[in-house]
Write a protein that binds this ligand. Sequence first.
Ligand code: 28F
Length: 644
Amino acid sequence: MAEKDKKTNYDVSSIQALEGIEHVRKRPGMYVGGTDIKALHHLVYEVVDNAIDEALAGFCTAINITIHADSSVSVEDNGRGIPVGPHPAKKDANGKPMETVDVVMTVIGAGGKFGGGGYKVSGGLHGVGISAVNALSEWVTTEIKRDGKFWRQEYKRGVPQGSIKQVGKIKDETGTKQTFKFDKQIFTEDIDFRFDTLIQRFREMAFVTRGVTIRFIDERSDREMTFYFEGGLTSFVRYLNRNRENLHTVVHVDKEIENIGIEAAIQYTDSYTESVYSFANTINTIDGGTHLTGLRSSLTRVVNDYARKNGLLKDADPNFSGDDTREGLTGIVSVKHPNPQFESQTKVKLMNPEVQTYVTQAVGEAFSTFLEENPQAAKAIIAKCLTSARARDAARKARDLVIRKSALESLTLPGKLADCSERDSSKTELYIVEGDSAGGSAKQGRDRHFQAILPLRGKIMNTERARLDKILSSNEIKALISALGTGIGDNFDVEGLRYGRVIIMTDADVDGSHIRTLLLTFFFRYMSKLIEDGHLYIAQPPLFRVAYKTQIKYAYSDKEKDKLVKEMGGGEKAGIQRYKGLGEMNPVQLWETTMNPENRTLLLVTIEDAAESDRTFDMLMGDAVDPRRKFIQTHAKAVRNLDI
Ligand code: 28F
């Protein structure tokens, strides 16, 4: 081929690749859901998903993920390694085969693997493959170990830098390593990876991909964690129930029906809530779908059948409702499907109808066999369902009363509420404040034009071990419900919301964190839409006041305090006041540090934060004493350390 033609060929194919890359960079929302922290985390998941695929196909047993000090991220697996050489199918505009690694890395939507056999199961949020990550990264380095050779290829903003090169030799190892640095030109907000969010997802992935070791290292903070679960979903259920008292051993089923992998694990506890999670091809389907429906319906059916057969439900008794058979249930269902159908691109709900039949069948068989073979466990489960059915009846009556009353009361606002004058809810804020004295400071310090204050007395925490239904009858919570104007539960209507921002403001101590936990749990269980729509916030009061000469500054952490003391040049002479509670601040200080929109920082509560609170709540309120003691001890220690 003449030198000139070669050049033309290269130009044509590169222009095509560039067009794809440009599209991703112009519209990140279409590929990773935006440019916020969630999208940033999706970049990591997308890469890890490729390694998980390799594990599910049976070729990879270890995945290492590292966040480096500069926030670049490496993901390495010990799978087969991306093939090196011309891609068998993908040709550029002139019919010339493209290098395989460049296809994987630059052709948008070229996620699938060649050769059938193992199915493409995981796949990131939008299933776009690593090419989108590549396009949204300042640079990516791809390293491949395969056939005794060590290869490297580099990309800048999605564009290959030359062609793949051999950079060394190796013994028997194989694998793929991707290192990427997210592009600040795209992710312009001041965001960075969150260890706690990522770790949650990796833990989940390890649970549902039995036998793979996932190691996560955060070099920014020197934290590290490794997950390996021999027991798969059984381990997952044990983990979720670690703070609860269980009624029996975990029931587990793992089957393949018509080429669809079906795994489920269940265990009843004495708690009042249902914790079920569903996964399709390792993706957490948060809106459930046919696999979840299958799991639930089989449990209800098996429990009712067993109870009837053994005379535990009499002829005159009605069947247990689905809800009755799910109180205190922890269950996971995970399916691996060669051709999953999701409701939408976001993959939060599985739609394949046959899955429901297969899950019902598999779980039904396993669970009824378990009940037959373990009569003690069966008795405990049925007893739990009976109490739950009775309690549900009583609670329904109580709740109806609360809802009806709060509907009435919403006309009359609670007396303790110091309302604002603005009526446009997009401009207003409600501060939920712990304690009457802090409430007083907040009332004086606020901008009454748009800020309303509702003081809560700390008493609500004394309803320990109570069902949330009981908490609903507390005057404090009733005042909160009517102040918000939305109603609760199924009657929740965001249209009624009287404040665009609902801000929880509590002390930075153990009591404060209890109350915050309770409030978050309440919102999570009864007003989750409020959280989903981004209305709920946590105020961040300062921990220290540092005074030196005429200067006064506030610090929100120990580190910041030390830095301030240094900057102000005060050293020993700086006056440091540690705030033990909001009540120690005068109204002006409270306004300046915590309430003035110009200075304050608010933490937006996400549904994950609230779910975590829900679990903490279970632990604090539940009957398992040990975890509660541990929690309180750990917290007590933290408080002591702060005081030193
Ligand atoms: C760090 C993230 O991306 N691991 C991967 C493989 C293995 C194969 C593969 C990947 C070939 C034609 C696309 C190897 N041998 N970890 C990863 N491991 N991709 S990505 O193939 C890519 C396809 O089009 C692989 C035989 N078949 C597949």
